[in-house]
Design a protein around this ligand. Sequence first.
Ligand code: C2O
Ligand code: CU
Ligand code: CU
Length: 443
Amino acid sequence: MRNHCSVKATTTMAADDQFDQVAEAGDVIRYRLEASEVAWEIAPGRTVRGYGFNGQVPGPVIEAKQGVPLEIEFTNRLPEPTVIHWHGLRLPAAMDGTEVVQRPVQPGETFTYRFTPPDAGTFWYHSHANETEQMEKGLYGALIVRAADELTLDAERILVFDDLRVDKTGQIAKFGGLMERHNGREGNVRLINGTSEPELTIAAGHIERWRIVNASSARYVRLSLGGQPFQIIGTDGGLIEAPVTVTEVLLPAADRVELAVGPFENEGAILTIEDLPYYRMAGKKGVERFGTIRVTPRKPSTARVPARLREIVPLVAREDARVTRTVTLGFKLSLRRGLDFVVNGERHHCDQPVKVGELQVWDVVNATRMDHPFHLHGFFFQVLEINGQPPAWRSLEDVINVPPQATVRIAWYPDDRPGSWMYHCHILEHHASGMMAHFDVVR
Ligand code: C2O
Ligand code: CU
Ligand code: CU
């Protein structure tokens, strides 16, 4: 999918293979990732043919440190080209891992990604080539960036949610079809960390930090832990200002959230990790189970969730915000393809450049009758309002749900990282159909 904006393809080949899978040499954290076909065991005795990193789905958790250079030597052993996108990371444009900034890594080739993560938080990495198939087959993993003074609770878990469409033969169902292209592909098997409906355990009395990624192609996960309250402590761009106690949280496709979970008092209790009905005008409607939590015998707790987590300075006051751009997410009938998802009336829209240092206030307008998770590459935005109403709390985001016929106003600041960037709907089938745009950040 070449765009018609200016394309500067760059390739850097690295040949140093002096390190193990994870090495910390001096001030560089190094990983090696290899994409290949894998036998993915989604449940005991149930294996599908998928794609994985280092032989597993999800790929290994990449543990990075805020401000410490990260180097990932990637080798493609798939039968098709691919690229890796570092979702949510504020990195240089050339390292964004899209087909716009690099030549896709061909089978047998190696490409080394190098960047220094500036923000602590929960991120993820995934294929950005033939995504509807490669991501469904398993090419994704979590990437954690830790601060020097990380908030630690009694334990931490990284939970990557996904759903997989499996056919009668037990394999990943074939791709395509008008319904799938219109609604996005939702699965009939629900997975946490690549396993169908696992049982997790948590000691009574403990409070855990859960980092959650929704890696589904299209599914919105309306997460509930058996109706028990939990605290939201972070979102896409790291911690929020103060914990928010809720009994459910909505994760559109590609969204992340960090929770403080517990304490549960009843030893032996079983809670369901469930996805409540959410009608995005397409897809599933019932309550579905992702897994369970078993409460094990009580243990002493040292966890304390601070009342104040962080300060987020508003980029602009809501009343002072002057809209600099309108991005309209739309839908068009097409004689050739049946339907197209578009931005400002165009498939793979080529948007105006953005100037470094000029505050952006965008109205993202959903002109369709279904939800779209809007994703901006490489920069965090603050949500100013949704249909004229301010959000309940301040946060830094790179994915936001835009409900049907709604307008979401966001503000973001292009810092000095010129190059080609993009934004798109993160329902993979919509992105592939054309609901995306390219734009340059220029000095
Ligand atoms: Cu998860 Cu183009 O991104
Ligand atoms: Cu494109
Ligand atoms: Cu969409």
